[in-house]
Design a protein around this ligand. Structure first.
Ligand SMILES: Cc1cc2nc3c(=O)[nH]c(=O)nc-3n(C[C@H](O)[C@H](O)[C@H](O)COP(=O)(O)OP(=O)(O)OC[C@H]3O[C@@H](n4cnc5c(N)ncnc54)[C@H](O)[C@@H]3O)c2cc1C
Length: 450
């Protein structure tokens, strides 16, 4: 039963909430709206196929987190997989990242990409200080890659992914995630002699069975199921009075609170949030992603784990396969796909024929009749949008929360673009901050490690 009061209340049993509870000394409980743990890092089984919430590939760079994950799940729990990921455009496949691998595209496209990169390189100062970088993402793309690469991939792909033009996004989100090859790499990649494996995710870990859900399940076991309250949706919180209310009428008193649910949604629930904080939270935007889980009879025609689809003609921006990474993710003799849709205007059911046509054109399947099922799923809050209101609005909300001994962490609680490992690190760091003092430290301390 939910206790009447607790020292630390953690909202959300995704990876950030679970990691907070795991690292925290002292009484804490997690309240979670869903009926299982994991948040975005959960898996579902459909007719013997295991699907994550689109590709959830694990990259562990932090030694402490790596050790902890292996201790929880065992050394043998993961496959270490070399990324197979390409771009499909102009009817051909090229290696990832596009900017360093244009070989194989039609010659006129390759020429435009290389000439644009040379011009951009000539225009750029030899030393680029952070303050010299363009602040608008579209300009940043042209600054580093030139017009050809911008037009052939970066601008159309990012418009599909974010659902807003690159001119509305700041370049500050992409420092870590967008590889910036040197000019010689771009030229080498245009003639087909580039080294492979560029980028932050050249290899990844993936559970041998059970999908990414096994990670959250292992954390939950270590936290203790008696401290995790599923099906408890927070509907109101009074940070000054330190009381939280739930959809089923229950309430709990707390001394400190760690939130991991989406930051604007959380502020809407805070009875004592002043108007300027509510307005700031109201300016925070995120994309909704609709995707398909598809079961396929027989093998797939290409081995990729995920494929980028930048062209506007196709209603999807990325297609991936769990079974190409781990065959046990599909029943024997079958394969699985996830398809992330960029067309946000057409009902997703109506897009199935065009997507299927695309899968055939991409060589993934040779016959639409091999699609056993297509299940539609939505992620209401998938990618936070780094528009020009982002930093000021997010900062205002966090400053207000810090004054009330409330931390808001994780990809959506903190409101950022980050990975599963980051969520685990956030939880560890939140526990450290809570342990240090009765009062929490500024959120800037959390950002140092990113
Ligand atoms: C499409 C997509 C692909 C991704 N691919 C990768 C990848 O390949 N590799 C990688 O490392 N990361 C990936 N990520 C990122 C990864 O999913 C996140 O970084 C991580 O899962 C975030 O964990 P979290 O705990 O911060 O948030 P969440 O997982 O969102 O957890 C928040 C929890 O709060 C709960 N909650 C919400 N509202 C309430 C309420 N009112 N009351 C109680 N509980 C509530 C939710 O149910 C949820 O369980 C991807 C994300 C997306 C969207």
């Amino acid at each position: 039963m939910l206790p009447a009061s607790i020292d630390t209340l953690i909202v959300g049993a995704g990876l950030a909430g679970l990691s907070t509870a795991l690292h925290l000394d002292g009484p804490a409980v997690i309240v979670e709206a869903a009926d299982k743990v994991g948040g975005k890092a959960h898996s579902e089984v459909i007719d013997g196929f295991t699907f994550d919430v689109t590709g959830h590939w694990l990259h562990l760079r932090d030694e402490g987190i790596r050790k902890q994950v292996f201790a929880l799940l065992g050394d043998d729990a993961f496959h270490r997989i070399e990324r197979i990921s390409r771009i499909w455009s102009n009817g051909v496949y090229t290696e990832y990242p596009f900017q360093a691998n244009t070989y194989g595209l039609p010659p006129e496209v390759v020429k435009a990409c290389v000439m644009g990169a040379i011009e951009a390189d000539r225009r750029r100062p030899a030393e680029v200080r952070p303050e010299d970088e363009p602040v608008n993402f579209a300009d940043w793309i042209r600054f580093y890659f030139g017009e050809g690469i911008a037009q052939a991939f970066m601008i159309p792909y990012n418009a599909k992914l974010w659902g807003v033009p690159a001119t509305e996004i700041t370049s500050r989100w992409c420092q870590r995630f967008v590889p910036k090859p040197r000019l010689e790499d771009i030229v080498a990649g245009a003639v087909g002699c580039n080294a492979r494996g560029m980028g932050y995710n050249a290899s990844f870990l993936y559970p041998k069975q059970g999908g990414i859900q096994v990670l959250a399940d292992a954390l939950a076991r270590a936290v203790g199921h008696d401290r995790i309250f599923l099906g408890r949706r927070l509907v109101g919180v009074d940070l000054a009075g330190r009381v939280a209310r739930f959809a089923d009428g229950a309430q709990i008193r707390f001394r400190r609170l760690v939130n991991t649910m989406p930051l604007p949604d959380f502020v809407r629930l805070c009875a004592d949030a002043p108007a300027d904080v509510r307005e700031a939270a109201g300016r925070l935007r995120a994309t909704q992603v609709t995707y398909y889980n598809m079961g396929i009879r027989g093998p797939l025609g290409v081995p990729d784990h995920w494929i980028y689809v930048p062209e506007a003609e196709w209603p999807m921006y990325r297609v991936g396969s769990f079974s190409n990474a781990v065959p046990e993710m599909a029943p024997p003799g079958c394969s699985s796909l996830y398809v992330e849709l960029s067309d946000r205007d057409t009902p997703p059911e109506a897009l199935i024929p065009k997507v299927t046509e695309g899968l055939v054109a991409m060589g993934l399947i040779d016959d639409p009749a091999r699609v056993l099922f297509t299940e539609i799923r939505r992620i209401p809050c998938a990618y936070v949008i780094y528009d020009f209101a982002y930093h000021g609005s997010r900062g205002a909300v966090h400053t207000w929360l810090e004054g009330r001994d409330a931390l808001s962490i994780g990809r959506y609680g903190d409101w950022n673009y980050s990975s599963m490992e980051d969520a685990l690190i956030d939880g560890r760091r939140a526990a450290e901050r809570l342990a240090q003092a009765g009062r929490v430290l500024p959120v800037s301390a959390l950002e140092v490690a990113r």
